[in-house]
Design a protein around this ligand. Sequence first.
Ligand SMILES: [Zn+2]
Length: 316
Amino acid sequence: MLFFSHPACLKHDPSAGLPGHPERPDRLRAIEAALVERDWLGWERREAPAASEAELELVHPRAHVERIRDLCRSGGGAIDLDTFAGEASWEAALRSAGAACEMTRCLLAGDAQVGFAAGRPPGHHAEPERAMGFCLFDNVAIAAAMAIAEHGIERVFVLDWDVHHGNGTAEIFRRRADVLFASIHQGGIFPGTGAREDIGAGAGEGFTINRPVAAGSDETVWLPLLEDELLPAAAAFGPQLVLISAGFDAHRDDPLAECRLDAGSFGRMATMVREAAQGWGVPVGAVLEGGYDLTALASSVVAAMDALGGGSGPWD
Ligand SMILES: [Zn+2]
């Protein structure tokens, strides 16, 4: 069990340009404080290296990478109403992507069966040529693309359980059959994509699965979608690696959405994924996305990590 993060990820501070921004450094502090209290659940901590620009360019055109780099170097600023990059955001973004990549490399090398990459800024809304939704680069997509490009992996299952649709990841792999992207998200909220009818395109048709759920949906809605639809589809796909876009904003206390999961729900979802992956004989890595109520975020991450490591709670 390997946990990756880096102190530079605390230096990215959107509130410097967008006051009151919910994606704040205290998110990581809350997660780490809760893990300290649990003796890190027996997980080994490792410092995330910086991702290389070549790794970023596996899914983002060079022009996008340069645009973000130049914005940070010139002192930074707001990119849109939600998304900010300051001077310190460049290294934070590289470490955040680097956490996902290094975790993936370690999993593929057999160092561990499960990993958690706790970086920020998050990634799953970043489209190839566009930072948005608090995200500069798509960390989970970079890690998946790296596994394929550099480690001979042919099939990656990306499960996105953040309450928002992972439009960036979906867009990046829309036309590819080597990544099965499956998302459960609240319909009708940001970013507005992720209709059930969107199943990918071209060679990627059938390799995108969207399951929007209604506001108010609790685990009686979420867990069966995972168990009865997404995991069987993944089993048929035959992944060699499982990556979770692990947002925790479907928690009932989260201020940005209206789903009603609790910490235990994340533990139960993580258990299902771990058991499925064990059955397939493949590793699982989780990459932090959203989650904006500090107490809910911390307890949900603890539950998910405990479950990934084989624990069974209690989580509530
Ligand atoms: Zn989210």
